[in-house]
Design a protein around this ligand. Structure first.
Ligand SMILES: Cc1cc2nc3c(=O)[nH]c(=O)nc-3n(C[C@H](O)[C@H](O)[C@H](O)COP(=O)(O)OP(=O)(O)OC[C@H]3O[C@@H](n4cnc5c(N)ncnc54)[C@H](O)[C@@H]3O)c2cc1C
Ligand SMILES: NC(=O)c1ccc[n+]([C@@H]2O[C@H](COP(=O)([O-])OP(=O)(O)OC[C@H]3O[C@@H](n4cnc5c(N)ncnc54)[C@H](OP(=O)(O)O)[C@@H]3O)[C@@H](O)[C@H]2O)c1
Length: 499
């Protein structure tokens, strides 16, 4: 039986009510058809997706947590837990949103705090969902077993931000020769980093740990984000009842604010809590690889890969904290185990399709790769870059290269936004809204939109700006603009790599 209603030229077909699909499957397919039949030159030979056995309507990072949870109401606990995740499939937890939720629901994973972009609100929601549907027989923590990744040699760590910038963003160059690794622009590089040796020393001293355990603390375990099971273990071992009660409250989810303690904070603040060292180390989460958007094209950097890394530093509880991988790459690395994570982030298949790239801050990384690639292929079809950062004088990353692309035609239009040059915040989405008629025309011409960078604020605001452009220029209601952007994404014309 043909499930689709007959199509009159120029109309968008919809599924008849009699078609054998659930309401969610029907909504998914109708959305897909709406996208398919809207104007999209790069869409000449679309490939229909396989009918999903199950739809995840909450799997959209632009939705708020409560909207996502509402969309999953009535579903199985694993699905409601999935809805609590940030929906970025960023891999920072070591899973995808769906598989992390399933691991929690089945008791294969016991930590509710692994969703980095979802942060505390996600953790709270997960704890509440687990309390509603407790796991019957939680599995024992799984031992750390790391796959062996080929080792790339660090060739360069060069500061890109100028003197006087309050950010340290670096061009990191790695030699891939002998690794067997190959990549395409749009891919990310997975990097296995080691903990800061000074922090490892301090933890070793606080634990009076034997030297034999150093490597585990340095390379295998995350010593920055202790898990509930570590807090449980410390609470059980604490000889001082006050310390035990405080640790128990933290393990039970008491809000410790944004300044969550790391392992060293716990050892210093709770000196009576000393479980056997091996048990304590085994309770820590595995140190996860970090992903970086590749910032080079193999056409421009054969045998090498370049990254654009923001060095993460902040002060908490009176001590300077250093992000593990960004500091490792910037200051300590020599040989780095790496792997290539292939991505959906790809240039359009038809070279003449216009592209719109939105990437403030380190979000510029994949666009440097795309621009290098276009230059290598002598592509001069329309390409528009929106870049922004704090100050034009010190934070215009890759300025000379971008200006050279503009002169050569591999980039045709550049819109810049400096957030701290003037009194008012100036962001990329302000440039987008100012240029709304042109942006809309590019979109009508079939442009593909790419967004990369900060997920928590920028990507949401850019998404809202795109919808606003559609409402203003396309005379759409808010609901219609939402359907339009969903259809754009389903056609592969709205791709985001946000973290
Ligand atoms: C697909 C993808 C692409 C990416 N591309 C890039 C890129 O091109 N460039 C780039 O710079 N980054 C990129 N990232 C981000 C990158 O993967 C890392 O997340 C980033 O570099 C920070 O890692 P880190 O190990 O240095 O910091 P981490 O050690 O992971 O620390 C990160 C932050 O968490 C805080 N933190 C640590 N412990 C705690 C705690 N107990 N409580 C509260 N806060 C804590 C730290 O202080 C710090 O602010 C990308 C991420 C993804 C998923
Ligand atoms: N701890 C550190 O030392 C440190 C330093 C840099 C970045 N980071 C983290 O690293 C990640 C990526 O850093 P990054 O260099 O790519 O970006 P970033 O430094 O966070 O921001 C890049 C630019 O985007 C602007 N911006 C802020 N909010 C925005 C919004 N809602 N919409 C559009 N633009 C916005 C910033 O302006 P304003 O900042 O002026 O508002 C800045 O001009 C972020 O998650 C950030 O939290 C940490």
């Amino acid at each position: 039986m043909n499930a689709f209603a007959p199509v009159t030229p120029g109309t968008v077909p919809v599924l008849p009510d009699s078609a054998p699909f659930t309401a969610e499957q029907r909504a998914y397919l109708n959305g897909f058809l709406a996208g398919l039949f809207s104007r999209a030159p790069d869409n000449a030979t679309p490939v229909a997706p396989a009918l999903p056995a199950e739809d995840f309507p909450w799997h959209d990072p632009a939705l708020e947590l409560d909207e996502r949870l509402a969309l999953a109401a009535g579903r199985a606990p694993a699905r409601r837990m999935m809805a609590a995740m940030a929906q970025l499939d960023c891999g920072q937890c070591g899973y995808l949103c769906q598989t992390y939720a399933e691991a929690l629901a089945e008791g294969r994973e016991t930590s509710t705090g692994l969703c980095v972009p979802g942060a505390k609100p996600t953790q709270k929601a997960l704890k509440a969902l687990l309390a509603e549907a407790p796991v019957v027989a939680p599995a024992a923590p799984v031992a750390v077993a790391k796959p062996a990744h080929p080792v790339a040699r660090l060739l360069e760590s060069q500061r890109l931000t100028g003197a006087g910038s309050d950010k340290d963003v670096r061009r990191i160059v790695l030699d891939l020769s002998g690794t067997g690794l190959a990549y395409e622009p749009g891919d990310s590089l997975g990097v296995e980093a080691a903990n800061d040796p000074a922090l490892v020393d301090a933890v070793m001293a606080a634990l009076a740990a034997p030297d034999a355990l150093r490597d585990s603390l340095a390379r295998e375990r995350d010593i920055a984000r202790p898990l509930d099971r570590t807090l449980d273990l410390l609470a059980g071992a604490a000889k001082n009842p006050k310390e035990a009660a405080m640790l128990r409250a933290m393990a039970d989810g008491e809000d410790v604010g944004p300044d969550a303690p790391d392992l060293l904070d716990l050892l210093e603040n709770f000196p009576s809590a000393r479980p056997p060292v091996e048990d304590l180390i085994a309770s820590l989460p595995a140190l996860k690889p970090r992903l970086y958007s590749i910032a080079s094209s193999p056409l421009a950097a054969p045998g090498r890969v370049e990254l654009c890394v923001g060095v993460v530093r902040d002060e908490r509880r009176g001590r300077m904290r250093h992000g593990v991988a960004s500091n490792h790459l910037a200051f300590r690395a020599d040989a780095v185990p790496t792997y290539v994570q292939t991505s959906h982030f790809r240039l359009p298949t038809r070279a003449e399709t216009p592209i719109i790239m939105i990437g403030p801050g380190t979000g510029i990384a994949p666009f440097r790769a795309l621009l290098q690639h276009r230059a290598g292929l002598a592509q001069t079809s329309p390409a528009w870059l929106f870049f922004g950062d704090r100050r034009s004088a010190t934070d215009f990353l890759y300025r000379e290269e971008i200006e050279a692309h503009l002169a050569a035609g591999s980039l045709s239009r550049l819109s810049l936004a400096w957030s701290r040059d003037g009194r008012a915040k100036d962001y990329v989405q302000h440039r987008m809204l100012e240029a709304a008629p042109d942006l809309w025309r590019w979109l009508q011409d079939g442009a593909h939109v790419y967004v990369c960078g900060d997920a928590s604020r920028m990507a949401k605001d850019v998404d809202a700006a795109l919808r606003q452009v559609a409402q203003q220029q396309g005379a759409m209601s808010a609901d219609a603009a939402r359907d339009w952007i969903v259809a754009l994404a389903r056609q592969g014309r709205y791709q985001r790599d946000v973290y």
